[in-house]
Ligand binder design. Structure first.
Ligand code: GAF
Length: 383
């Protein structure tokens, strides 16, 4: 994302003013999907695509915000309780409100922002936006909020102003990202460890089905609700249990007749998926990419058949990967559309991409988009 591009638009919109510029990335996730809100593990990394915002204090108690990409403008008062109508502006509003709730003293500002995270592709454009403003406002107004809390501010924005009961993965990856490393995050304790990720001889590539991933749709919240229902049932026998993370397959089997078949399948997927993250971390430490890939296919199967968050296009891309001898492939992010993430041997890359484009186009009448993954740094000040 070009700094000068944002500077140019900011200056044009706000009478030649110059502000500070901050950026935060989107993310990929190697494995560990729908495990974050279950207190489990995830394994994301920040990417080289994100949001860039220029911000200047304006001496009022109003925020004047301009979305360059949408050519849309919004204004709101910092003491207003009602969120603005435009969904993009709610993210900025939510971040401001959450900072104020935590005692941060912020003032009005002018801002313009733009991004290059493909929208609706499951790469967390919304977390990138939240993290950009949380990080920037904290620094500009000396709020003294630590990075963990900045990630939680983004998450709370989703919960309280955007209607998505998401976990912490996306905001954490955006704030804590480190070039060349994935982050193994324990979403219960927020303990994390960087894993240098440079799979020699392999490439990581995203294939975007361009099916719109409706994260805000009730389907995501419904999955979370299923998990909580199962935890409540298990809790009757095991009061110590707080999340599915704390549950074994035996505990789940013991409540089979007390929960719906659907909720049972959801929980089964999550318990297996949490274990897969740990298995992949072990395999990576040994350079065993075959196991990494096998687990990725396991995740796809679970997300498709048990958690039911895949779709025809993503299943097709997954089958296409298998057919082309790709080491690992799976739907990435919340699901309901978006991308597959693929771990592919360098010598198979060209033929895989060519076949995916050709066969997908033959079936769905349009080509998938292709993004090579570059693992990059998290939130930062650019200028
Ligand atoms: C979305 C959510 F925002 C994350 O918190 C996570 O649950 C993910 O879906 C699925 O792993 O990106």
């Amino acid at each position: 994302m070009d700094l000068q591009y944002v500077r140019g638009h900011f200056s044009e919109r706000f009478n030649g003013e110059v502000g500070s510029v901050y950026a935060s990335p989107g993310r990929v996730n190697l494995i560990g999907e729908h495990t974050d809100y279950n207190g489990g593990f995830v394994f994301p990394g920040a990417i080289d695509k994100g949001m860039v915002a220029e911000i200047k204090i304006n001496g009022t108690d109003k925020v004047r915000a301009y979305s360059i990409d949408l050519n849309d403008y919004a204004e709101f008062g910092l003491n207003e309780e009602d969120a603005p109508e435009a969904s993009w502006a709610r993210y900025i509003f939510g971040v401001c409100r959450e900072i104020i709730k935590r005692g941060g003293k912020i003032e009005g500002f002018d801002t313009a922002f733009a991004g290059d995270v493909p929208l609706g592709a499951g790469m967390s454009s919304s977390a990138a936006l939240e993290s950009t403003y949380a990080y920037a406002l904290n620094e500009m107004f000396n709020c003294g909020i630590d990075k963990f809390e900045l990630a939680k501010i983004g998450q709370a924005t989703e919960h309280n102003y955007c209607g998505v009961n998401c976990g912490i993965m996306d905001q954490f990856a955006s704030v804590f990202g480190k070039a060349g490393s994935l982050i193994r995050l324990d979403c219960r304790s927020l303990e994390y460890k960087y894993y240098p990720f440079n799979p020699t001889g392999y490439k990581v590539v995203l294939l975007d089905s361009v099916v719109k991933h409706e994260l805000a749709s009730s389907a995501y919240n419904k999955r979370r609700h299923s998990c909580e229902t199962v935890v409540a049932a298990i809790k009757k026998n095991h009061p110590e249990v707080e999340f599915l993370r704390d549950c074994t397959m035996e505990m789940l089997q013991a409540v089979k007749n007390d929960v719906t078949e659907e909720d049972y399948m959801r929980a089964e997927y999550v318990i297996e998926e949490i274990q897969r993250v740990l298995d992949v971390c072990d395999a990576l430490e040994k350079g065993d990419y075959e196991t990494v890939g096998e687990k990725m296919y396991g995740t796809h199967h679970g997300m498709s058949k048990l958690y039911e968050v895949s779709c025809e296009e993503l299943d097709f891309l997954n089958d296409c990967a298998k057919k082309n001898g790709v080491t690992g492939s799976r739907v990435m992010g919340g699901g309901f559309g978006g991308c597959t993430i693929n771990l592919v041997k360098e010598e198979l890359y060209d033929s895989f991409i060519a076949d995916a484009k050709e066969s997908f186009t033959a079936k769905f009448g349009r080509a998938p988009k292709v993004y090579d993954v570059v693992i990059s740094d998290g939130s930062r000040k650019l200028a």
